[in-house]
Design a protein around this ligand. Sequence first.
Ligand code: SF4
Length: 285
Amino acid sequence: MAEIAVYKSEVKPDWCPGCGDFGVLTAVAKSASELNLDPKDILVVSGIGCSSNFPGFFNSYGFHGIHGRSIPIATGAKLSNHDLNVVVTGGDGDGYGIGIGHFIHAMRRNLNITYIVMNNGTYGLTTGQTSPTSERGYKTKSTPQGSIENPINPIPLSLISGATYVARGFSGDPSGMSNLITKGIDHKGFSLIDVFSPCVTYNKVNTYDFYRERTYKLLDTDHDPSNFNNAVEKSFELDEKIPIGLFYQKNSPTYEDEEPVLKSGSLLNRKKSNLDSSIALEEFY
Ligand code: SF4
């Protein structure tokens, strides 16, 4: 097991004190340590937002991309180097707003990447506007009368889109969250870990106490993560009681396993002359 300190960046996080994203940063480091991953074998990719500053605070390869485009960047990296542990980090605005198309297509392809969404129900970086997961009635400077839009529920969305590992964590439960991230990175296929990660500065509704009062662990129930229908049913519990933990997991071939050119190995390991030649491409097919 690698020392957790190995993953500590020289750059100190500039998140507000108490931000839920601190818990996620610690949890990812703990998971990488448990999996004994060398920093050179990890790539963290992000988009734009408070949580998307993550790669700067984590010692590994990193790519701070553009808004909503973290998954295309991660896709290219993973398909080029199958051995890389590709972890995408970002917020609900980045992933479930502008990036939602990429999110859905990555899931239906079952790309072997891990997506951690720090879901705080608000746009924190731009000083608190309504986001895709904000609750109806949520008042911000962009919705002074309260939001009239229904929030996105990422758990059923990911289940019906083909994700093969679907989990929800909570920054107030760092050890449970770390277990979910460890299993998610270890999972072969697309893994989503949606994390309730409170924005202590702008979201005064979805606070740590809000989630502490409502969340319960699927692990403490008889929930069977191999049962798709039960996972869908559980994913709609969002009122008085909200489940956290592993909703669903199944083994299924990844995109890299089935794509005719890529299934014989990473592009990284091919000779450039082979890739340039149409004759060589015919050989692949
Ligand atoms: Fe975290 Fe909110 Fe501060 Fe951004 S504004 S760092 S999300 S607490």
